[in-house]
Design a binder for this molecule. Structure first.
Ligand code: C2E
Ligand code: MG
Ligand code: MG
Length: 605
């Protein structure tokens, strides 16, 4: 586009000035008609370039630049007035400037050489009297060379800041600029635009084991292979480290996936890719962050794959934003029960977001949380859930005056890393009257692994104020066991995948026993998640687990249903008379007298 505009503008200026000078300069010789025709041709070509130049392939511009030299030469040869002819020769500088701006050095040098030869030849060979000496072309030709070289050097210096030295591709800065230009173009034309982010799998290992030279060679080989696969309109850039970005103007998501698969097939060591497409109104940074989410998911799912992060999620995000603004999200509560005394005695509840989208009815709660994190809605969402949960828990508390219930609320690692988070929690507690000592914030281990100083500081402040911290889905994240001791945490929630592995036809997973021992050594409470059968409950009890949560006892319910349920069962949930499948007697189930006299819940601590 810049090339079309600049070349077109040079042509138009040349044409207009040519017509002007032919109109005002005196002289009876030469051929003013030919000069006027050359000026009009330049004007028309300039206007067509300005209007449609962006559709022309790059190679056609070589013809335009050479033709400009020819038109200037015709005008210089035939102009009726000597001074005017010398003035017209300054247009050679336009040509040299254009060539140096937009072509690589070798073709640019060829165009400038053509300019020099024709200039040196044309001025002394004019058909008009008085004849000019042989050296008359030296100054305009010298100016053209000087301007061409300086412009060429300055242009290359400016664009080097946008180029990655190792691969010769655009770097992140250059790519971001190209992306913004492509978005402006797509906004005007309504054409599609797809973006792919690709990471080479385990590239760090190549660097570590074989050295940085070997790593550099791999990056250069991959660049060479991929450059052969893509077309000139598609833009490949080195986005940083072992990350590449590919911008595909006019492409759909499906076409982008097909091309990505071709690129991936060319790399034997494997690579992961995230693909997305642009929607009207979206910024470049939003597009990149969505492709990045796809890339992240590809890595999480085991690497060496392509994941589409479809732009179709936008309606879902907008709908979720609207629901948050209208306070239209529901919170349901799943009881956490004590495994002792036959199990089923509710000691707390976990608040779980419940909302169904009309744009994407099949989306799971986990999917919603991911969309909320991606579209910067998570703080508002989590705050809303916390506020509702504290208010509902206060209602539960007043219904069962003697209970000391613990409320567990999930918190996203992103929100936790915000400054002022601890104060917002305290404010909600103050407004709803829910005691900090009865609040547990659940953070997943993988989120904690990506901990920031602010997140850890927030956890410390919250704990100082009495709030307890649970590590959710423990065992699935990346925290090393030793780090557990340093993390500000009080409770481990063992991931349901460990519990699901407890089956009557196979021995209990040894890790469960280790986690139970570890938590007792570190003085952490432990809750088993996803308990679905009586057998699992019995094995967990045997292994020393004190608390559990799962469908075996209760699914999540609205606060009204939960109050009704607890009232009916006097503070217990689940199948009445849960027997110990390992043979332990169940003394207080199936026998109303053996149950606690009141529906009194006990606190977690
Ligand atoms: P989580 O915190 O580990 O919550 C437990 C999940 O397991 C819930 O899924 C629950 O319905 C499900 N579950 C409970 N018992 C069983 C069982 O016996 N078997 C099986 N297979 N599943 C069981 P849900 O509600 O779909 O939530 C999924 C995740 O979404 C939660 O995992 C939590 O990480 C997140 N989440 C839910 N609500 C919120 C929220 O308000 N804020 C944030 N940041 N995250 C939330
Ligand atoms: Mg949880
Ligand atoms: Mg969990």
């Amino acid at each position: 586009m810049v090339m079309a505009r600049t070349t077109g503008a040079f042509y138009v200026i040349g044409g207009l000035l040519g017509l002007l000078i032919i109109a005002v300069a005196p002289g009876e010789q030469g051929n003013p008609v030919v000069v006027s025709i050359a000026a009009v041709v330049a004007l028309v070509l300039g206007i067509t370039l300005l209007l449609w130049g962006t559709r022309l392939p790059h190679v056609v511009y070589h013809v335009y630049v050479a033709l400009a030299t020819v038109l200037v030469t015709v005008a210089v040869l035939e102009f009726p007035n000597t001074v005017g002819a010398l003035t017209l020769a300054t247009f050679y500088a336009f040509v040299a400037c254009d060539a140096a701006l937009f072509f690589a050095w070798p073709p640019a040098a060829a165009h400038i050489a053509f300019v020099v030869v024709t200039c040196l030849w044309a001025l002394p060979n004019r058909s008009v009297y008085p004849e000019l000496p042989w050296w008359s072309g030296l100054i305009p030709a010298g100016c053209a060379v000087g301007i061409g070289v300086v412009v060429g050097i300055l242009t290359r210096m400016a664009s080097e800041a946008d180029v990655d030295v190792l691969t010769g591709l655009l770097n992140r800065r250059g790519f971001d600029r190209a992306l913004n230009t492509a978005i402006q173009h797509a906004t005007r034309t309504g054409n599609g635009l797809a973006l792919v982010l690709v990471d080479l799998d385990r590239f760090q290992k190549i660097n570590d084991h074989l050295g940085h030279r070997a790593g550099d060679a791999v990056l250069q080989r991959v660049t060479a292979m991929w450059s052969k696969i893509i077309t000139p309109e598609q833009l490949l850039a080195r986005y940083g480290g072992d990350s590449f970005a590919l911008l595909l103007p006019g492409s759909t998501e499906q076409a982008a996936i097909l091309l990505t698969e071709k690129l991936r097939a060319a790399v034997a060591a494997g690579c992961s890719a995230g693909v997305t497409s642009w929607q009207q109104g979206e910024s470049g940074s939003l597009l990149v962050s969505r492709a990045d989410v796809g890339l992240y998911r590809a890595k999480q799912a085991g690497r060496n794959r392509t994941v589409l992060e479809s732009a179709r999620q936008l309606p879902l995000a907008a709908e979720l934003r609207d629901a948050i603004d209208r306070d239209a999200l529901d919170v349901h509560y799943q009881p956490i029960v004590s495994l002792s005394e036959g199990g089923g005695k509710a000691v707390g509840v976990e608040a779980l977001l419940r909302w169904s989208s009309s744009a994407q009815p099949e989306v799971t709660t986990e999917g919603l949380i991911r969309v909320a994190e991606e579209y910067d809605l998570i703080s508002d969402l989590d705050e809303l859930v916390l506020r509702k949960a504290c208010a509902d828990a206060a209602r539960l508390q007043s219904t069962f005056a003697q209970l000391a219930l613990t409320l567990n609320v999930n918190v996203s690692g992103l929100e936790l890393a915000e400054t002022g988070y601890a104060d917002r929690v305290s404010e909600i507690l103050a407004n709803t009257g829910w005691p900090a000592q009865q609040l547990v914030l659940e953070v997943t281990e993988s989120e904690l692994a990506a901990e920031s100083h602010t997140a850890i500081a927030n956890l410390h402040v919250l704990r100082d104020r009495g709030v307890r911290i649970a590590i959710d889905d423990f065992g699935t994240g990346y925290s090393s066991l030793s780090r557990l001791a340093t993390l500000p945490s009080d409770i481990l929630k063992v991931d349901q995948s460990f519990v699901a592995a407890i089956r009557s036809d196979s021995p209990a997973p040894p890790l469960l026993g280790v986690i139970a021992a570890l938590s007792s050594a570190l003085d952490l409470q432990v809750i088993a998640e996803g308990v679905e059968t009586e057998y699992q409950a019995a094995v967990l009890t045997e292994l020393g687990f004190a608390l559990a949560q799962g469908y075996h006892y209760s699914d999540s319910h609205s606060v009204n249903d939960l109050i009704a349920d607890l009232n009916r069962n006097q503070g217990r949930v689940g199948p009445s008379g849960t027997a110990n499948a390992l043979g332990a007697s169940d003394t207080d189930f199936g026998d109303g007298d053996a149950r606690p006299a009141s529906n009194g819940w006990v606190p977690l601590a």
